[in-house]
Each structure stands twice: as structure tokens, then as C-alpha cells.
Design a protein. Structure first.
Ligand SMILES: *[C@@H]1O[C@H](CO)[C@@H](O)[C@H](O)[C@H]1NC(C)=O
Ligand SMILES: *[C@@H]1O[C@H](CO)[C@@H](O)[C@H](O)[C@H]1NC(C)=O
Ligand SMILES: *[C@@H]1O[C@H](CO)[C@@H](O)[C@H](O)[C@H]1NC(C)=O
Ligand SMILES: *[C@@H]1O[C@H](CO)[C@@H](O)[C@H](O)[C@H]1NC(C)=O
Ligand SMILES: *[C@@H]1O[C@H](CO)[C@@H](O)[C@H](O)[C@H]1NC(C)=O
Ligand SMILES: *[C@@H]1O[C@H](CO)[C@@H](O)[C@H](O)[C@H]1NC(C)=O
Length: 425
């Protein structure tokens, strides 16, 4: 078949099977078909099971293909030991993530459209049950209006006078994945980073990109792809320029950012930041079958309410000497309340401290291991975790979720390998 025939047939199938509206099916195919055809054409040996293994990372189709058996050479010398003593002093680190700024957000527009992202201009005619987009955001499949982006940054600056660093872990671009463009993504990225810079000025910001910064979404091409239409160089160039020009990163990070959007640096003696572009290997992890915790990755919250969330960010309280995380605070606002009082800025508050909320003495692996065991046995604790997962948003509290349903959220903490559930049943 010609590329056009493939495209029109897939759009027909996608529309007839009610996977999405014709507009969305068309947009997704128009953006992604050239990439799929490029992969098929340049990899004559590609098999269905390799595609399944790479795309779904599922135990149902394990990835068995020599091409993905990589060897990573690491320095075989003994590790350099640093003084790991703790101290009484702390530093504060803010993590902001998942802003998902939607330039098309229309307050009082359509919050219940039949497209993957709503509350956007031009979606009026598909409104079926009169759900109107909130002024500050919406629990439905809707992203953030610009004034909500400005508000969260301003709230952090005004409230936390004592922050040493800001970690910004990306996802600036909206969920309108069927109609992104190079120009639109660049505008949203540039506008948001400029606002972050204007807000925090002399506080160091350590950024990394989210999967939504790419166009189309998730497209992080390997270095071997040189075509301007398909490679990711435009994004790496843009990020290197922004991150270095704002003075957040030294010139020495440029070459790895241009390579693949990653870098490392040491802001202080004994403290190293390793910023990985994990988009190129979306969810796989080297989990062995151990029953003890061997690594903890703290996950940022989400500044967008998409979906069923209250907008939020996190504050990490770390030891100033060994940089161990001592506690984590979740800050948020009640979006229902904010939208009821649209003319006022949202009322941000500290929702909880991890240590206090779950009554644990510290965030050591031992304490977290005990906490997980309690979570598996104690339904009240589990239900508290579940409510916090959705930031106690009205829309999610109204949904039915029994113990089995809540346990699924617990299992998501324990492993990060695709749908690997062996540690949790
Ligand atoms: C495809 O497989 C054949 C046989 O295993 C091999 O000789 C050839 O190099 C492979 N081609 C590519 C592009 O990987
Ligand atoms: C529909 O669109 C019009 C014009 O854009 C706007 O004034 C109106 O508030 C919208 N109403 C809803 C329910 O989306
Ligand atoms: C700010 O942090 C320093 C330690 O870095 C601490 O001594 C001071 O009390 C903090 N001030 C406030 C207002 O939190
Ligand atoms: C980013 O925006 C500024 C204006 O705010 C403009 O001067 C600059 O050229 C833009 N950069 C890019 C890469 O679009
Ligand atoms: C765990 O891994 C070890 C070594 O790879 C293996 O011998 C053992 O059978 C595994 N145990 C389970 C429960 O999978
Ligand atoms: C959020 O605000 C609504 C409306 O005022 C209120 O009914 C609800 O209880 C609040 N939720 C929380 C978690 O405070």
C-alpha cells in the first residue's frame, strides 16, 4: 500500500472502532505514520514480538532480541566513599513537574468533549452534558491555563523563601497530542522556562525534559536518525540554549544535552545531580527479584489537574551534609474551592508531610519497607494513601474504589518495570 492508503485505512479503522474522533485519529496518524514507516523501512528484520516487547514492556511479550541486549561499561574501580554522616542542618528543594500548559485552554469552555483533552477552544459543539471548564483548571481531561501556571510558580516563590534548588522535571506541553507542532511546543517551552526564570531569578533550577516536550509526543529518536523531520536535535538544541543561557547549567553540560538531553554536575562538594533523559527508555528498570528495597525514586506531583487531581508540587527537606531526604511535603489547593472563587488566587496549603501523615520515624529503606508492609495489611492506611495519591480531589473521592482497586495503586509503588507485578499480589 502507499503511505496515503495506509493512512486513510488506519484512520477509518480508528474512527469505526470508536478509538477516537476522526479529527484525533487523523492527527495522530498524520504525526506518527512517517515515523512508523521509517522504522519499518530501516529495520527489515523487525518482528511483531520485538515491537510488542519495546512498546508495551509487558510480561505478556518479553523482549527477546539481541539488538536490545546492551552492555554498559562502568568504571570498575572501587567507589569513592564520602562522609555520609548526617547533620542537624537542612536544605529545601522544590520539585515542580507536569505543568501541561494549554495555550488553548478556555475557561468556561467545554470540559466534557469527546477528545482526549478538553477545555480547549473550538470544542463547544461536542458538549454533551453541560460540564463547563473551571477558571483555574478542571478535574476532567483538561490541562492548565496560563494564569494557573503563573500562580503555582508565584506561590512557591512567595511561600518558600528558603529554597536552595528547584528541580523542574518537565512536561510543559499540553495533552493535545494529536495536534502538537514544532512551533507550538517551542512556544510553550520557551514561555514556561522564561516564566520560571523570571520567578526564581538567582535560585538555581535543575531542569530535565518530559515526554510531552517532544513532537510528536514521546518521539525521542536515536542519534542514527538524521532526517530533520524525524530526529530530536531541535529539542536538544533548544533545551541546551535555554538551560545554559538562563545560567542554570554550566557550558560543560552542553555536549551531553546535545547528545541526548542529559547531563551531570556537582553544585557543591559531596553532591552530584545526575539528570537522565529517561524518555529514551520509558519504564524499564533493572529490578531483580529481591524482597528488600534496593532503590527509592521519589516521584514529583503534578501542577496540572489532568486528571481528577488537585494541582500540587513537592518540597523535599534534605540533610545539608549527606543530602539524604528527611521528609517530603505535598502542597496543593482545592480546585473545587478555587473555581468557586475564580476571581481570587487559589488558596494553597501544605496537604501533608510524608513522615507525619504515615507516622514513620524517617525515610530510610527500613522504615519504608515497614510502611509498605503496613500498607498491605491496614486498609485505613491504604485508603489514606489512595486519597493522597489523587491529592484528595473531590472528583476522585467520589469514585468507587474498593480494597482491590486501592491495592493496585500500592503495587505501583513497589515496582517500576512495565506491568511487572511479581512483588505484589
Ligand atoms: C537481518 O537478519 C539477517 C539474518 O539473521 C542478517 O544477516 C542481517 O544482517 C539482518 N539485517 C539487519 C538490517 O539487521
Ligand atoms: C461556547 O462558546 C462560546 C463562544 O466561544 C462561549 O461564549 C460560551 O461560553 C461557550 N459555552 C460553553 C458551554 O462551552
Ligand atoms: C532557612 O534555612 C536555614 C538553613 O539552611 C535555617 O537555619 C533557617 O532557620 C531557615 N529559615 C526559615 C525561615 O525557614
Ligand atoms: C523565546 O522568547 C523570547 C521572548 O520572550 C524570544 O526573544 C526568543 O527568541 C525565544 N526563543 C525561541 C527559541 O523561540
Ligand atoms: C531470584 O533470583 C535468583 C537468582 O537469580 C534465583 O535463583 C531464584 O530462583 C529467584 N527467586 C524467585 C522467587 O524468583
Ligand atoms: C474542597 O472544596 C469543596 C467546596 O468548598 C469542599 O466541599 C471539599 O470538602 C473540599 N475538599 C477538601 C479535601 O478540602
Amino acid at each position: 500500500m502507499s503511505a496515503n492508503d495506509i493512512k486513510s485505512n488506519v484512520i477509518k479503522l480508528c474512527t469505526r472502532m470508536n478509538i477516537a474522533t476522526e479529527r484525533v485519529c487523523d492527527g495522530v496518524m498524520t504525526l506518527n505514520l512517517p515515523i512508523i514507516l521509517y522504522i519499518v523501512d530501516t529495520k527489515p528484520n523487525l518482528t511483531a514480538s520485538t515491537i510488542c516487547g519495546v512498546v508495551f514492556e509487558s510480561e505478556s511479550c518479553p523482549l527477546i532480541d539481541d539488538e536490545f541486549d546492551w552492555t554498559v561499561n562502568i568504571d570498575s574501580g572501587p567507589p569513592k566513599l564520602i562522609d555520609a554522616d548526617d547533620s542537624e542542618e537542612i536544605i529545601n528543594i522544590i520539585q515542580i513537574t507536569d505543568i501541561h500548559y494549554d495555550p488553548n485552554y478556555e475557561p468556561y469552555g467545554n470540559a466534557n468533549c469527546d477528545e482526549p483533552t478538553c477545555c480547549r477552544r473550538g470544542q463547544n459543539d461536542t458538549n454533551t452534558n453541560n460540564k463547563v471548564a473551571g477558571y483555574w483548571g478542571d478535574y476532567n481531561y483538561c490541562d492548565s491555563p496560563w494564569h494557573a501556571v503563573v500562580d503555582v510558580l508565584e506561590q512557591i516563590r512567595a511561600t518558600h523563601q528558603n529554597i536552595s534548588y528547584v528541580y523542574f522535571t518537565g512536561d510543559i506541553v499540553d495533552h493535545g497530542v494529536w495536534e502538537t507542532s514544532f512551533k507550538g511546543n517551542i512556544e510553550s517551552i520557551n514561555k514556561t522556562y522564561s516564566q520560571i526564570y523570571e520567578t526564581f531569578r538567582n535560585i538555581p533550577v535543575y531542569p530535565i525534559m518530559g515526554n510531552h516536550e517532544a513532537h510528536p509526543v514521546n518521539l525521542f529518536a536515536p542519534k542514527t536518525v538524521t532526517s530533520n523531520e524525524l530526529n530530536t536535535q531541535w529539542l536538544y538544541n533548544l533545551m541546551a540554549d535555554l538551560w545554559i543561557n538562563f545560567g542554570w547549567l554550566p557550558e560543560s553540560t552542553r555536549h551531553t544535552i546535545l547528545q541526548g538531553g542529559y547531563y551531570t554536575l556537582s553544585p557543591k562538594k559531596g553532591f552530584r545531580i545526575i539528570a537522565l533523559n529517561s524518555n529514551v527508555c520509558y519504564s524499564a528498570n533493572c529490578n531483580d527479584n529481591s524482597t528488600t528495597i534496593n532503590n527509592v525514586a521519589w516521584n514529583g506531583g503534578s501542577a496540572t489537574a489532568f486528571s481528577n487531581l488537585n494541582p500540587n508540587y513537592k518540597l523535599y527537606i534534605a540533610d545539608s551534609k549527606n543530602y539524604a531526604v528527611k521528609d517530603i511535603e505535598t502542597w496543593m489547593y482545592n480546585l473545587t474551592l478555587a473555581n468557586e472563587n475564580a476571581a481570587q488566587r487559589p488558596l494553597w496549603y501544605k496537604s501533608y508531610s510524608f513522615k507525619e501523615e504515615y507516622d514513620i520515624p524517617d525515610l530510610s529503606y527500613d522504615s519504608l519497607h515497614n510502611w509498605l508492609s503496613r500498607l498491605a495489611r491496614d486498609d485505613d492506611l491504604l485508603s489514606r494513601y489512595y486519597r493522597n495519591f489523587f491529592k484528595r480531589a473531590e472528583a476522585s473521592l467520589k469514585k468507587e474504589c474498593d480494597t482491590k482497586c486501592m491495592r493496585a495503586y500500592m503495587c505501583r509503588i513497589i515496582t517500576s518495570l512495565g506491568d511487572h507485578r511479581t512483588h505484589c499480589s
